[in-house]
Design a binder for this molecule. Sequence first.
Ligand SMILES: C[S@@+](CC[C@H](N)C(=O)[O-])C[C@H]1O[C@@H](n2cnc3c(N)ncnc32)[C@H](O)[C@@H]1O
Length: 264
Amino acid sequence: MPASPKLVTGAAPQGATDATSAAHAVRDMFTSIAPRYDLLNHVLSFNIDRVWWRRAARTFREILSRPEVRVLDLCCGTGDMTFALRRQAGKSSPQSSPNTLPQLLGADFSHAMLQRALSKSSSNSTNAKPMPRWIEADALNLPFPSQHFDLVTSAFGFRNLADYDAGLREIVRVLRPGGECGILDFGEPKGMMGQLYRIYFKQILPRVGTMISGVRGPYAYLPASVERFPLPEEMLTRMRQAGFTEATWTPYTFGIAGLYRGKK
Ligand SMILES: C[S@@+](CC[C@H](N)C(=O)[O-])C[C@H]1O[C@@H](n2cnc3c(N)ncnc32)[C@H](O)[C@@H]1O
């Protein structure tokens, strides 16, 4: 029997009463864990997160090989997905002159997360082209003209938006016709693997996350937000309703994560 749809509007951290308070709570939460975010990501995912970013970036190697494309990494946080796109772009168009390389932009609404992205990009900038630029912006109200980008990605950020449909519509708006979107996010694996994973994700991860970050809340919010997030079939329906002509989902690592792709 198909799973019943989760008809939710968007993320709802504890205590949030509407979309505005949900967005503020999400921003405060990421700002509070920004100093330890990278360490926790790698520890809690046993470093598989690096594989997922790389795999998602490789999916878009054809777009990234084209000269002068514009790429937006939404909810970029400390920039790891953006850096994976940069590495892929470097491999895909190794002979390009700096003027024709893809233009990479990472956007996030947490200043503290962006500061870390910026310091990471200045510390390993040698020979690494194209250089990403960073911008503080709300994914639900992007400061870009319509039809501006060839590719929009978001890794583990979309799930935190206070309104998923509004987020999809905003991505469609800023994509040029024929442009593509890739949303990488957590899923809920099924079967025995799913049972084991749920024990880890709900019991162990929140405790370890709280211990290392020193902040109570965000690491209990994480499994709750994944549980709340639409299942793949529903997410794909929402993508089509938002204006994507093609929408697919590819599970990564037994469905612990997965990549949604859409074409405008
Ligand atoms: C789990 S982190 C993901 C960061 C990075 N993409 C990664 O893969 O590690 C989620 C990020 O989404 C950002 N975010 C959530 N809602 C946002 C919104 N409405 N606009 C911009 N950024 C948002 C948060 O500030 C946070 O940095």
